[in-house]
Design a protein around this ligand. Structure first.
Ligand SMILES: [Zn+2]
Length: 713
């Protein structure tokens, strides 16, 4: 057996083998058509073959990864994307990436079935009835409007093209969903994809296409190889769009078409703020999907350079910010709407170049190459990462992340938590932009930093989960270089200090530290967390709970820090019944019983509630507060619609011995302190006691209460 073959290749393996189809391929280094398979001409699609393909002219080797020849390398600027892939490697394994299971189609539906569904819906005289009769899942239905919008756009723009028997290159093919449209239309399809994981999925989803791994900036194909080159929702993921478009034009036959679809663009004079504002709440971007909104010029610069050799058609799916001139207003010309509906608007070229640079929206291009173009061809960057080695490293998530972390550009290493630079890099690593004066940074679901450990022996993190609307048991996982080193249970609303010994971490090397919040709650808000410190420090005992952020915690936190020490909890309920029940449920979950004082007309609703005793009732508020409670003793909580109504309820409780202030639980779960500023020496209530004349604010009252609670434990 060839020594370059995959180490764990088994000759008894009966799985199918693929032959590399290198027609029209060229070496991305020396640009000659000298690529040859170096190993038996067959590749097991479950294995990795380093140097499985060799250039006979310059001697450069290329890897075949899981059945896909990778005719290129990864550059340093790709490292973040590779870390994202590596950090999820265990998930891919769980999804049986390398097993012989059925392909994972979009939303669990095979691509052929998806396209039948979209086309059937489009042609059906009664679309709703058609869809209802297909028995599709709710998940598929949730994707359907988007997919259908793209389907109509594709149909509309390609209406005049005969795709049968055409040689089509799909740049940035992903896992092949859109490539399948061309397979279906009878084209000979080549798919180019950067990610080995996606390319492998694509090979299984759309085996009718030829799959090649590589970079769109250095297309590994000879000039004039294709009748149609398409980038479907791909260009805005690519760093160098003008370069990519030049390359796409180079590999077109004269008479062939360049087609780009589903890209967002922004005004030429706009800056990064536009992107940051769009993406700061985008959970896909916060999870590492590198979406961009390029400037309009990024899409057209390379085309305009060769304007005399091209027939350029520009379409928009939507446009924002069109400035109408006074003549148009006077003539009452039809307004250029924000949305064109499902059908794209085609622009006259001069009009597009005049108007679109000052707008933003969705863009599509259909460009016919009249005469061949020969731009200078780039070589891939040196010192880059080999796809085969990278893919092999995914066997161990930890070692893959560790290896990649050392490739992170130095500007992104040891950044302070509240650094306001590199906002896009931070977004992709899970961090929202900093908010001035806030003192912490908010992350979504998982967040990553790259730090150098200069000889300290512990990792310190201070974290808080702010979503209080529903209770759960969120946990924070800490990973160092992809390896799980600690798991801590959080109490929502409370800052938690975590100190993890890190004996095994190499010193003076760049280390990837990742925080992951896991929760049983589905809403995005529940996956947010705040971090106010992260870094290396000295080993010391962990203070499980740090002091509370006094106006920002939930009823669970109140119990956690010992401020709900009496059981049953005596409480006053406002007439917001749903809120009352929700709070009672939360208390019961924590093992508390409740004694409630309820509005008189709702009293009976609580009689059948388990572990709830109605100890009093009150009538509507009256000005003098004399409507009165049957019992005012030992009230700990007020459950109210808002702070004023909590204050009003509190004022009903106050007498000489009664409370001057109290905790109020508001809808959304936040606990606040309500009441008058405690001037008296005694503020009453069992938990509070005498706190002296120095007290001037509730913050101090609470700080005192916390201290007492801590001392009594
Ligand atoms: Zn070569």
């Amino acid at each position: 057996m060839d020594s370059r073959a995959a180490t764990n290749h088994s000759i008894t393996d009966s799985r199918p083998v693929t032959s590399p189809d290198l027609r029209d391929c060229q070496c991305p280094i020396c640009k000659t058509r000298s690529l040859r398979s170096s190993y038996e001409k067959c590749f097991d699609p479950t294995q990795i073959y380093e140097d499985g393909i060799v250039c006979e002219s310059c001697g450069q080797g290329f890897d075949v990864v899981w059945g896909v020849p990778f005719l290129g390398v990864f550059e340093e600027a790709d490292v973040l994307s590779l870390i994202e892939i590596a950090a999820n490697a265990d998930n891919y394994k769980r999804a049986s990436l390398l097993c012989e299971e059925s392909p994972t189609g979009a939303a669990g539906l095979e691509y052929a079935r998806w396209h039948d569904l979209l086309e059937g819906y489009h042609l059906s005289p009664d679309r709703q009835a058609f869809l209802a009769g297909q028995g599709v899942s709710a998940e598929v239905l949730s994707w359907f409007p988007n997919r259908y919008g793209e389907h109509v756009l594709f149909r509309s723009i390609t209406a005049g093209l005969d795709l049968s028997n055409e040689h089509v290159l799909d740049v940035g093919a992903g896992s092949g969903f859109d490539s399948y449209k061309f397979v279906r239309a009878g084209s000979h399809v080549t798919c180019l994809e950067f990610s080995p994981i996606l390319a492998h999925a694509g090979l299984r989803n759309v085996p009718q296409a030829r799959w090649i791994g590589g970079s769109s900036k250095v297309l590994p194909f000879s000039a004039g190889a294709f009748d149609l080159v398409v980038a479907n929702a791909a260009l805005h993921h690519i760093r160098d769009i003008p370069r990519t478009i030049s390359e796409m034009l180079r590999v077109l036959k004269p008479g062939g078409y360049l087609l780009t679809l589903c890209d967002s663009y922004r005004r030429n004079d706009s800056d990064e703020d536009v992107e940051i504002n769009v993406f700061k709440d985008n959970t896909a971007v916060l999870s590492g999907v590198n979406e961009n909104i390029p400037r309009f010029d990024d899409f057209v610069l390379s085309l305009l350079k060769h304007r005399d050799r091209l027939d350029i058609r520009i379409f928009t799916s939507e446009v924002h910010g069109v400035q109408r001139n006074w003549l148009a207003r006077k003539l009452r010309l039809p307004r250029i709407g924000k949305q064109h509906g499902l059908h794209p608007k085609e622009w006259a070229l001069e009009e597009a170049l005049d108007i679109l640079p000052t707008t933003s929206g969705g863009l599509a291009l259909l460009v016919r190459l009249e005469h061949a173009i020969s731009d200078e061809q780039l070589r891939p960057a040196d010192g880059a990462i080999r796809p085969g080695g990278f893919a092999r490293s995914l066997d161990s998530q930890a070692s893959a992340v560790a290896e990649l972390a050392s490739h992170i550009p130095s500007g992104f290493v040891d950044m302070p938590l509240l650094d306001e630079r590199h906002r896009k890099f931070c977004l992709l690593n899970g961090w929202k932009p900093t908010v001035p004066g806030q003192g912490h940074r908010t992350a979504y679901h998982r967040a990553r930093v790259f730090h150098t450990n200069r000889g300290r022996d512990a990792l310190h993190v201070t974290v808080l989960a702010p979503h209080l609307q529903r209770c759960d048991s969120p946990t924070l996982e800490l990973l160092i270089n992809g390896r799980l080193v600690a798991t801590r249970l959080l109490c929502r609303g409370l800052w938690t200090d975590i100190v993890v010994p890190i004996d095994s971490v190499e010193r003076d090397r760049v280390i990837a530290v990742e925080l992951r919040l896991t929760t049983s709650l589905a809403e995005d808000e529940a996956k947010l967390f705040h971090v106010r410190h992260i870094g290396f420090g000295d080993r010391r005992p962990e203070h499980r709970r740090s002091e509370a952020d006094l106006e920002h915690y939930g009823v669970e936190a109140l119990a956690e820090i010992g401020l709900l020490s009496s059981n049953p909890v005596r409480m006053v309920l406002s007439d917001d019944y749903a809120h009352a029940i929700s709070t009672l449920n939360r208390l019961r979950t924590m093992g508390f019983d409740a004694e409630v004082i309820a509005p008189r007309d709702q009293q009976r609703f609580f009689l059948s509630e388990p572990r709830v005793k109605v100890v009093g009732a009150y009538d509507k508020f009256s000005k003098d507060g004399s409507a009165g409670f049957d019992s005012k003793e030992g009230i700990v909580l007020i459950v109210a619609r808002d702070r004023p109504s909590a204050e009003a309820l509190l004022s009903l409780c106050v007498d000489e011995r009664g409370l001057a202030h109290c905790f109020a639980v508001l809808p959304g779960g936040h606990v606040v302190v309500c009441g008058k500023a405690p001037r008296a020496r005694s503020v009453g209530g069992a938990a509070i006691g005498k706190i002296g004349a120095a007290v001037t604010s509730f913050t101090q009252v609470l700080a005192h209460m916390l201290k007492r609670a801590a001392a009594s434990r």
